[in-house]
Design a protein around this ligand. Structure first.
Ligand code: FUC
Length: 735
């Protein structure tokens, strides 16, 4: 399977992304002036420091009093003024590598492709009577990006240059160039401040990038100012490696067992300097296919048409079942390329980001986005890709213990809606009004439920992998800290336990005194609490642990505020039937219990209420961002509404997908790709609440097909073949 094009990319959203979890490249494939946008996932602004707002706790009681008195916007004002902390830092683009070719502008037989079966990108064309070919891949075992340029005759000439928006010094090395750089010590998000929000300073992280000429059968020289000049060559192989001093120190300091990818790794066994292209390519493909090959999906033939044309045909109302399978496998490809052991989790753009101040800092947004990035990891047989997620959440768990104490006087760990490289856990949004003139920062930032949501994947890992050591050593501690926080955070009002302050991610409600976002016991809070408590109880049960916290949890669960159904039969998003400011809001937060959680499984009353809420959201324009649509498709899959699944999946591809099949929020945000992939898996098999469903939401359009290797719980996988919309054969087996 491949993505292919008959023209080079003009914009970033047409480039072909490659990656090894840490290093990424976005390939334009321009014949005359090739450009590669480069990333290294640990290049972030900032320094390690405490961003918690120390006086926050002093206002908590007052905020609660105001909420209990129904003075919601006064409570919001207080939160906004006194409880919000600094913004998190920003993910940064490493720079671009340019290749100015000496051949003429006119080229023929142009083709650019990304082979999903091998994770190799290619560009081929004819110029001046010669055939040129480029091959790119990002090797995880070798921790490098490898670039091979060939021509059928020794006519290749080019100048290679590296440029960056970061502070860099480029110098000549014996076999290439060395780029030494330093990231800014602070960067505000672009929605707060423009370039004036950047402080370069001299405390930011330092990094080194090396571009090496590994093979060249023509002449080459390197200029003092860092240009590489090639002439009369028919073959040229370059590699790119990067090292971030901070990352290595930090990892070494806190995790002695970790397998830190060092740039020398590639040369280890065969000795210094050993490099053989064929070996390296083979090693890369072997490593990649070990994961990628586990799942095969056929929904229809792969048309011999360029991917952008296939997308255009779909937009014009034509059918292309194979394109959905390509989209699905691309979602698996993108996760393998952006989340491997030893790296950070996939951020808002995976690892591919080109703007100096990227949208929403290209950070780890945890009120939907980061979690959605991993919705397909289990079902689509990519468990290893979760390792960076678990590593990162464990860091949040450490930092979040401080935040829990400072903000709420609670035990356990809390995380809010934004995370960065430094794992800060405080609510952000401080000074937003003063800096931007806009109110309402508490709407997105005052959400102390990030840790609760993030902890869910730990239990799910146990369910799918049945790895007792993982449950004991990794899941239990995180679930315990999450449960501790929630147990302490609950407060009693009229004999019932509620959360306060409480928001429902990014949505607002109307009151007589104007609109607000701060209330008590939003549905999502209650869902998360019930889920964390249940997961913790189950974990303790399996591990045979008895502890006081379990009793406390029982007591809190007995008196926990119930979910409420509104006048239209909908599940209420907040504890009262408020009028929503945005009834078609993109977040489906109150439907969390239906999906991704299994909390409501089997409860017909709540499922019907969710269905109604979903209907209301959609009637009012919901699903207008890529990830929002992806969430909706999953919800319909769980509801078993096959035709809605198809309708929304089609919308995801036709309205929220760029030509390189990246998800469009807009702008590019990778969550929709991953959520969309999860939805396709959910339409084929579901394992929820102890019940495996085969083809639970198969649309009429996908009459015939087969899938192999989708995972269900208990270390099992499923193969299904279907015809006329019915399974003709299926097999459940041990993985
Ligand atoms: C959440 C969403 C936005 C966006 C941002 C990165 O705040 O509400 O739509 O996806 O994250």
């Amino acid at each position: 399977m491949e993505l292919f094009y008959q023209k080079p990319a003009k914009i970033w959203e047409e480039t072909l992304p490659i990656g090894n979890g840490s290093l990424g490249a976005m390939i334009f494939g321009q014949p005359k002036q090739e450009k590669l946008g480069l990333n290294e996932e640990s290049l972030w602004s900032g320094i390690q420091r405490d961003k918690n707002r120390k006086e926050a706790y002093g206002y908590l009681e007052k905020v609660r009093e105001l909420v209990f008195a129904g003075r919601f916007n006064e409570a919001e004002e207080l939160v906004q003024k006194h409880m919000l902390g600094e913004y998190n830092e920003s993910y940064l683009p490493m720079g671009n590598l340019y290749f100015s070719m000496s051949h003429s502008e006119t080229v023929t037989e142009y083709r650019r492709s990304l082979e999903l079966d091998r994770a190799v990108a290619k560009v081929t064309y004819q110029a001046d009577g010669s055939r040129f070919e480029r091959e790119y891949f990002a090797s995880y075992p070798a921790q490098m990006i490898v670039m091979r340029f060939t021509a059928d005759r020794p006519v290749m000439g080019m100048e290679i240059r590296f440029e960056s928006m970061l502070c860099v010094k480029i110098s000549k090395a014996e076999d290439g160039i060395v780029i030494e750089g330093q990231c800014p010590e602070h960067m505000d998000p672009n929605y707060v401040k423009g370039p004036e929000g950047v402080i370069q300073g001299d405390r930011g992280m330092r990094f080194t990038v090396r571009v090496r000429v590994r093979e060249c059968d023509g002449e080459y020289r390197i200029s003092e100012d860092g240009g590489i000049f090639v002439n009369n060559a028919s073959g040229l192989i370059l590699t790119l490696e990067a090292e971030n001093q901070d990352r290595i120190d930090r990892k070494n300091a806190c995790d002695k067992d970790s397998d830190i990818p060092k740039m020398q790794k590639a040369e280890s066994e065969k000795g210094e300097g050993h490099f053989e292209y064929g070996e390296m390519l083979e090693e890369h493909i072997r490593d990649y296919r070990r994961m990628y090959d586990r799942v095969v999906l056929y929904l229809g033939e792969q048309l011999e048409l360029p991917t952008d044309q296939r997308l255009a045909r779909l937009k014009a109302g034509e059918e292309d079942n194979g394109l959905y399978a390509l989209y699905f496998q691309y979602g698996r490809y993108l996760l393998i390329a952006s989340s491997r052991e030893g790296s950070l989790p996939a951020n808002l753009q995976g690892i591919w980001s080109w703007e100096y101040q990227a949208p929403w800092s290209s950070n780890f947004t945890t009120n939907i986005n980061m979690e959605m990035n991993y919705w397909h990891a289990q079902s689509c047989n990519l468990r290893e890709c979760l390792i960076p997620y678990f590593d990162y959440v464990e860091r949040l768990c450490e930092e979040g213990k401080k935040t829990a104490k400072i903000y709420y006087g609670c035990r356990g760990f809390v995380h809010h809606h934004n995370g960065d490289y430094w794992a800060s856990t405080n609510p952000t949004g401080m000074g937003y009004l003063e800096k931007t003139g806009q109110e309402n920062s508490a709407t997105w930032s005052m959400w102390p439920m990030g840790g609760a949501w993030l902890s869910a994947e730990f239990y799910k890992f146990w369910e799918y992998q049945e790895d007792r050591q993982f449950l004991e050593e990794r899941a239990y501690p995180v679930l315990r800290e999450a449960a501790l926080f929630l147990a302490d955070f609950l407060v009693k009002k009229d004999g019932v336990y509620v959360t306060c302050p409480s928001t429902s991610p990014e949505n607002r409600f109307k009151t007589e005194q104007g609109d607000s976002c701060i209330t008590l016991a939003s549905a999502m809070d209650l869902e998360l609490i019930r889920e964390v408590f249940a997961n913790f109880k189950k974990t303790c049960g399996i591990l045979g642990k008895e502890e006081e916290l379990l009793e406390e949890i029982e007591e809190k669960l007995d008196l926990l505020q119930e979910f409420q159904i509104g006048s239209r039969g909908q599940l209420l998003e907040w504890n009262e039937e408020f009028e929503e400011v945005e009834p078609g809001h993109r977040h489906m937060s109150h439907l969390y219990g239906l999906f991704p959680s299994e909390l409501f499984a089997g409860d017909e009353k709540l499922i019907r209420a969710c269905q109604k809420s979903l209907e209301i959201r959609l009637q009012n324009g919901g699903g207008y961002t890529g990830w929002s649509l992806a969430w909706i498709v999953n919800l319909f899959a769980v509801l078993g509404d096959a035709e809605k699944v198809y309708e929304c999946l089609r919308m995801l591809l036709t309205q929220s997908t760029y030509d390189n099949l990246w998800d469009a929020h807009p702008p590019f945000q990778i969550d929709g790709n991953f959520g969309g992939t999860a939805a396709i898996a959910n339409m084929l098999v579901q394992d929820r609440n102890g019940e495996v469903k085969i083809l639970p939401a198969l649309p009429k359009a996908f009459q015939e097909g087969f899938v192999k290797g989708l995972c269900i719980k208990g270390k099992k996988a499923v193969d299904i073949t279907w015809k006329d919309g019915k399974a003709t054969e299926y097999r459940i087996y041990d993985r």
